[in-house]
Design a protein around this ligand. Structure first.
Ligand code: NAD
Ligand code: MG
Length: 399
């Protein structure tokens, strides 16, 4: 079943991260025929070189130029070309792949993802921040080039799988599930003292540090609400969030007649990755099967917006429109990095994001900039980062 021939030409952006590694592992486990044109990483030369020696792409690209020599040494004699820098990452994205896994973390993924979208490739989109920064432009670009964006985020993959063609106007609600993260049951006093180690220890998923902290603050769900709004052309008033600690139901679609469809599976990102790889076919690989009797029960709760204000912050950013989602995302990236560096406390992350958005709104910095979408998103991103760094540095939070 599902032998996809001929070999698909593939690029994996962010191959050394959690999603990148799962992608290569899925190729391995399924034995699917792929020709890897490029693998790219931020700074992890050792892992990139190890992957390149195993998968033999045409080129391996490291974003951090100071590590190019080391990459060259590690790849010497292998026939794999070594390259470095942000422009080389963008170039890798445009090598003519049929399928591009976009799995860089943060707004750094926007330029290469947008470049890949211009080539008409299928983009398997894990990098939710690029949609948050420039969703409408990214989707427009992919459509105009004859390409496609298939979500990899498990919630959006669930909705994508459950939504029937041309039925959007019959959908009354999208319901995103959220695990609730490691602090689901903690009170605010304990959350104020939470350490980076505690925040990255996610109960169900093993992920990169940034998205793990986002899951702990629930900003991940805020970003996903914006992602869903753009991907499925649905206003935020019709996107709800429900806490589901077992992460078995990955999201739901409610139709106008009150019927609700869900997608289920064990929490394993290789499942949405395989869906994005082979859609509309199904890839056969030794996936763990869902044993509902072993779970016994699935539980649900309403989110607590007092302890987790980030979903409401994201709704407000989407309501504000213009550059607000990009600014929110940038401020969150700065605040999460400061928390991981132990410069601010856990509850300060959401405060810093609100403080940044308030200051930018006051300065009139949130309006849509004229010009090209990438440039406009990057300008907003840069000014939000500057202001967020000040807010974090001086601990000038909003309340
Ligand atoms: P990660 O931190 O494990 O990996 C990130 C990858 O991006 C690495 O290969 C890293 O080297 C590379 N990178 C980092 N900064 C870069 C830069 N400036 N330029 C070029 N490359 C850079 O992150 P992850 O958990 O794999 O997440 C990747 C993306 O997928 C994120 O946007 C995340 O929100 C999304 N996502 C992840 C999961 C998950 O289960 N891990 C689930 C859903 C969505
Ligand atoms: Mg998700």
């Amino acid at each position: 079943m599902a032998v996809l021939t001929p070999a698909r030409k593939v690029v994996v952006l962010g191959s050394t991260g959690s999603i990148g590694v799962s992608t290569l592992d899925l190729f391995e486990q399924s034995g699917v025929a792929v020709e890897i044109l490029a693998l790219t990483a931020g700074r992890n030369v050792e892992k990139l070189a190890e992957q390149a020696l195993r998968w033999r792409p045409k080129v391996a690209v490291i974003d951090d130029e100071s590590r190019l020599d080391e990459l060259r040494q590690r790849l010497a004699g292998s026939g794999v070309q070594a390259a470095a820098g942000a422009a080389a990452v963008v170039e890798a994205a445009t090598m003519g792949a049929d399928w591009v896994m976009s799995a860089i973390v943060g707004a750094a993924g926007l330029a290469p993802t947008l470049a890949a979208a211009r080539t008409g490739a299928v983009i398997a989109l894990a990098n939710k921040e690029s949609l948050v920064c420039a969703g409408p432009a990214l989707l427009r670009t992919a459509r105009a080039s004859g390409g496609k964006v298939i979500p990899v985020d498990s919630e959006h993959s669930a909705i994508f799988q459950v939504l029937q063609d041309d039925c959007l106007e019959q959908v009354s609600r999208l319901i995103l599930t959220a695990s609730g993260g490691p602090f689901r049951t903690w009170d605010k006093t304990a959350m104020a003292q939470a350490t980076p180690e505690q925040a990255v220890a996610h109960p169900n998923w093993s992920m990169g540090a940034k998205i793990s902290v986002d899951s702990a603050t629930m900003m991940n769900k805020g970003l996903e609400m914006i992602e869903a709004s753009y991907l499925f052309d649905t206003p935020q008033e019709r996107i709800d969030v429900v806490i589901h600690p077992q992460s078995v139901i990955h999201s739901l679609v409610e139709y106008a007649d009150g019927s609700t469809l869900a997608q289920l599976g064990p929490p394993d990102m290789r499942s949405p990755i395989s869906c994005a790889f082979s859609w509309p076919q199904r890839l056969s690989w030794p996936a763990k099967r869902l044993d509902l009797a072993a779970y016994g029960q699935l539980t649900f709760e309403a989110p607590d917006h007092d302890r987790f204000p980030t979903i409401e912050i994201a709704r407000e950013a989407l309501r504000l429109g213009g550059g607000a989602p990009a600014a929110m995302n940038a401020a969150n990236e700065v605040a999460v990095a400061a928390f991981l560096d132990r410069r601010i406390g856990f509850l300060d992350i959401a405060r810093a994001v609100t403080g940044t958005l308030e200051r930018m709104n006051g300065l009139g910095n949130l309006a849509e900039n004229d010009g090209d979408a990438l440039e406009s998103a990057m300008m907003t991103d840069a000014s939000a980062r500057r202001i967020a760094a000040e807010v974090v540095g001086h601990k000038r939070y909003s309340h």
